[in-house]
Design a protein around this ligand. Sequence first.
Ligand code: ATP
Length: 240
Amino acid sequence: TISIRSIEKKFGRYPALNKVDLEIADGELLALLGPSGSGKTTLLRTIAGLEFPDAGQVLFDGEDVTFASAAARRVGFVFQQYALFKHMTVAKNIAFGLDVRKGKDKPDKAEIARRVEALLKLVELEGLGKRYPSQLSGGQRQRVALSRALAVQPSVLLLDEPFGALDATVRKSLRKELRRVHDATGVTTIFVTHDQEEALELADRVAILNKGQIEQVGTPDQVHEEPETAFVCGFVGEAN
Ligand code: ATP
């Protein structure tokens, strides 16, 4: 379980997050939904350990990780621009988080190769391990980024507008892909989107942010049919 307790974060005077509380259950697929500037990315980065709050706590299974590094939290992170290493093959990209480990923590070569193969199969990129990122489509690159994040067997998978840079058709197929990968691995997953259709279609629960605060958290049906605030109503409710 991930517990976010009364998190506050300011950039200058402006609060990006203002007393945010949120609980995410093990194995859940949660969307952070809201308009531009509502604090989605800041919240995701705070959960990741890429940003540290001014006040409040982040707990992983009851353990306070508020100021722990991303590596210590064992998070897998997928950025909007896939950020693959251009000079490395697909297989090397996926293995990166394992290759950089040291000593006892580092799996042997055969084990790394086995995991890479399994991940390529999981995201339906079998046989493409020897290619370079420049030889892949945008959607394929994002699948590689997803595999790379999963390679370290993360405690939580975090994705920031993972499909934002892709066209509508590819977005749709990657949505299905993320759902399938989530169901296959069971890993707790949190993704940021400003696209209400994407959030409602894909997520088990949706947290709706506005001006650094959470307006409502609920299942897609709940936020769609029983919006609790005027903002939620306008953003995802029946009025739409
Ligand atoms: P978008 O969908 O546009 O990415 P968002 O909902 O993810 O928006 P955040 O990126 O979390 O929102 O930003 C929340 C607020 O904090 C915004 O007003 C933004 O300008 C501000 N902010 C975020 N990061 C920084 C930073 N590094 N320095 C200064 N201000 C920042």
